[in-house]
Design a protein around this ligand. Structure first.
Ligand SMILES: Nc1ncnc2c1ncn2[C@@H]1O[C@H](COP(=O)(O)OP(=O)(O)O)[C@@H](O)[C@H]1O
Ligand SMILES: [Mg+2]
Length: 278
């Protein structure tokens, strides 16, 4: 089990205050088209606090576009996305990060020449109160923040078991470790919801199992809700609380893994005979 410091547990306690909203995230009938190509065609789902929700579907079925819509990089033509009951519509992507939505990317998006520690510190920027200008005026506050940020980054490094690489430029690290660093940077943003876009794509079996363990630890130990976009059916069936299956932008089933597995539409559209023998 991953190492969880007192500092990370305190952050968890802060998140689990009383809630007066129906769902942490509520995606309502979202439609998004690019020049007539329907990337998302009427998708609705919700995610509750601390839930591990998975979205699966073939390539091109709109999964990444859903993430880009949640964090407001794409602006859906129809529908709404609520965060703790309030619409995210019109916000800038950095604002959604500030609200507590962090993500990782299908293709690694780290600074390859910077070390693991430096990459993780970039994730802290979204949480810095003092800011650069204020930092030069209120030096004391900025200094305290810097110390706190470094502490949090070290806790995350312990949690993800990447101590041995902390001083290495990220670009030199094995692929599976780079993916873990990217996960660490998202955690450094102190999210309440983590959007993971195909976190095990291109990984070997061992790397996949490690990543699955860290994803479950993030949910169990840190209490962070997760949306996991995956291709790897086995992983999703093993670890997700609930699953949404999409195909050509359309939702074709939502439910518990066992329900989704039995759904005739899913078997027809995506799973084929794979699961009948599983
Ligand atoms: N920025 C964009 N411009 C034009 N088409 C896009 C853009 N982003 C996604 N699409 C299209 O939307 C559809 C869904 O893509 P995507 O969300 O990447 O699917 P997935 O992540 O499930 O593979 C595809 O047809 C893709 O080509
Ligand atoms: Mg994608």
């Amino acid at each position: 089990m991953a190492v969880v410091s007192g500092r990370l547990l305190k952050r968890r306690a802060k998140r689990s205050g009383s809630t007066d909203y129906d769902h942490l995230l509520d995606v309502k009938d979202v439609h998004l088209a690019f020049k007539g190509v329907k990337a998302i065609d009427g998708v609705s789902f919700h995610v509750d606090d601390g839930e591990l929700f998975a979205i699966i579907g073939p390539n091109g079925s709109g999964k990444t576009s859903l993430f880009n819509s949640i964090n407001q990089v794409y602006k859906p033509q129809k529908g709404d996305i609520l965060w703790k009951g309030d619409s995210l519509s019109g916000l800038k992507p950095n604002k959604t990060a500030e609200l507590g939505i962090a993500r990782t990317f299908q293709n690694i998006a780290l600074y390859p020449h910077m070390t693991v520690v430096e990459n993780l510190l970039t994730g802290r920027h979204v949480r810095m109160e003092a800011g650069w200008l204020a930092g030069s005026i209120w030096w004391g506050k900025a200094k305290a923040e810097e110390i706190e940020n470094r502490g949090i980054v070290e806790d995350i490094i312990d949690f993800l078991e990447i101590e041995q690489w902390r001083k290495y430029p990220v670009g030199l690290l094995p692929y599976g470790i780079q993916k873990r660093v990217e996960l660490g940077r998202a955690l450094a943003m102190d999210p309440e919801l983590l959007l993971l876009d195909e976190p095990v794509a291109g990984m070997n079996l061992e790397e996949t199992e490690d990543m699955a363990r860290f994803i479950l630890d993030i949910q169990d130990e840190l209490g962070i809700a997760i949306i996991l976009v995956e291709h790897d059916m086995g992983l999703v069936m093993d670890i997700a609380d609930r699953i949404l299956v999409v195909d050509f932008g359309k939702p074709i089933a939502t439910g518990l893994p066992a329900e989704v597995q039995r759904n005739p539409n899913v078997i027809k559209a995506y799973l084929g005979e794979e699961l009948e023998t599983a």
